[in-house]
Write a protein that binds this ligand. Structure first.
Ligand code: SF4
Ligand code: SF4
Length: 312
C-alpha cells in the first residue's frame, strides 16, 4: 500500500512522498510551548491557537492513522534581476502554490479513494493541507523519511534540498511507515553565520528578527534596526537556504508547469518596482502568492530596501 500511494504521488508530479504513523508529537509540543512562551512567534497569534490539533493529527482529523507527506520542488531555473528588490523564490510562480499543490493533493486523494475505498479518508472533515492548517508540516516530512530539519529550520531532502513545498494528506488507513533519515548538518554553521538579522539562535528561529516575517507576516512597520539589514529582500528571504551546501549540491530546477514565473517580473529593475501602482499590482499578481502580502506592505518593503541599499 505504501509503495502504491508513493507511485500515485510521483505519477501526479510530486517530487517525493513519504508516510508516517499519526501520533502525538510529544517532544515538539514541549518545544512549541516554550517557543510560544518566549514570544518568538511575534504577531503570528494563529500559532497559539489549536495547540492540541497542531501537536496531534488525530485531534485534527478524527480516525487519522497515517500522514502522507508530499514534496514539490520549486527551485527556479530563471532568477530575478539581482540588483532589484528581491522576492523569495517560493513566490516567483504566476499561480499561488497553495492552489497548485491543493489541486494535485485532491487528485491524489481521488486516486487513493478509487484504490482503497472512500473510507480511506474522513470525508466529514478537511484532511488535506497546504500551509493553511494547524499542522507541523516540516516535522511530519521528517518523520516520513523525507529529510531532516536543518539549522535554518527548513526541511532538507537528500536529493532535492530545501526549496520544496510540503503537502499533507491524512488517511484513515494503516500503511507501512517510513523511517526518519539522519540529520546531516554536522558542524556546519553557514546559515547561522549568514543570517543578517541573527534570527537563528540556539536551534530556534526568532520570527521577530526574520526578514521573511518582517516583510510578509508582520503587521507593523519594519523596525529601523532591521531596515538597515534587509539585504535587498523586499518579500521573504532565501539567504540561509542559498548558503546551505546541500542546496548547492541538490537543488535543481523544478519540472512543474504550474510553477512557471511571471517572466516580466523577473526582469523588472528597481525603478519598475518603485513605480508599481496598485492597479498594476492587482493585475500582475492576481493569481500569485505575492497578492497575499498586499500592495501597501509590498510598497513599504520596497521603499525600505531601496533606501537602505540605494538600489538604482
Ligand atoms: S530567512 Fe533570512 S532572516 Fe530569516 S533566518 Fe533565514 S537568513 Fe535569517
Ligand atoms: S547551512 Fe549548514 S547548518 Fe545550515 S541547514 Fe545547511 S547544512 Fe545545516
Amino acid at each position: 500500500m505504501t509503495v502504491t500511494i508513493k507511485q500515485l504521488a510521483l505519477s501526479l508530479g510530486f517530487d517525493a512522498c513519504g508516510i508516517a504513523r499519526a501520533e502525538a508529537l510529544t517532544e515538539d509540543a514541549a518545544f512549541l510551548r516554550q517557543w510560544l512562551a518566549s514570544g518568538m512567534q511575534g504577531d503570528m497569534h494563529y500559532l497559539e491557537r489549536n495547540f492540541d490539533k497542531r501537536t496531534d493529527p488525530r485531534m485534527l482529523v478524527p480516525g487519522c492513522k497515517s500522514v502522507v507527506v508530499v514534496l514539490m520542488n520549486y527551485y527556479p531555473s530563471q532568477k530575478q534581476n539581482p540588483v532589484a528588490p528581491q522576492i523569495a523564490k517560493y513566490a516567483y510562480a504566476a499561480t499561488d502554490y497553495h492552489l497548485v499543490l491543493k489541486t494535485k493533493l485532491f487528485e491524489l486523494e481521488q486516486k487513493i479513494c478509487e484504490t482503497y475505498g472512500t473510507e480511506s479518508v474522513n470525508t466529514n472533515v478537511q484532511h488535506s493541507f497546504v500551509d493553511s492548517a494547524p499542522v507541523l508540516e516540516r516535522r511530519w516530512a521528517e518523520r516520513a523519511g523525507l529529510g531532516w530539519i536543518g539549522r535554518h529550520t527548513q526541511l532538507i531532502h537528500p536529493g532535492l534540498g530545501s526549496y520544496t513545498f510540503i503537502g499533507i494528506l491524512m488517511l484513515n488507513i494503516e500503511t507501512e511507515y517510513d523511517m526518519p533519515v539522519m540529520a546531516r548538518c554536522g558542524t556546519c554553521m553557514r546559515c547561522i553565520d549568514a543570517c543578517p538579522t541573527n534570527a537563528l539562535q540556539n536551534g530556534s528561529l526568532d520570527a521577530r528578527r526574520c526578514i521573511s516575517y518582517l516583510t510578509i507576516e508582520s503587521k507593523d512597520e519594519i523596525p529601523p534596526e532591521f531596515k538597515a539589514v534587509l539585504s535587498g529582500n523586499a518579500l521573504g528571504c532565501d539567504i540561509c537556504a542559498d548558503v546551505c551546501p546541500w542546496n548547492a549540491r541538490w537543488a535543481k530546477p523544478y519540472s512543474q508547469d504550474g510553477l512557471s514565473p511571471i517572466d516580466k517580473v523577473l526582469e523588472w529593475g528597481t525603478d519598475t518596482w518603485k513605480q508599481l501602482t496598485e492597479k498594476e499590482f492587482a493585475q500582475t499578481f492576481s493569481h500569485s502568492a505575492i497578492k497575499r502580502v498586499g500592495y501597501t506592505k509590498l510598497r513599504q518593503n520596497i521603499e525600505a530596501v531601496t533606501k537602505a541599499h540605494r538600489l538604482q
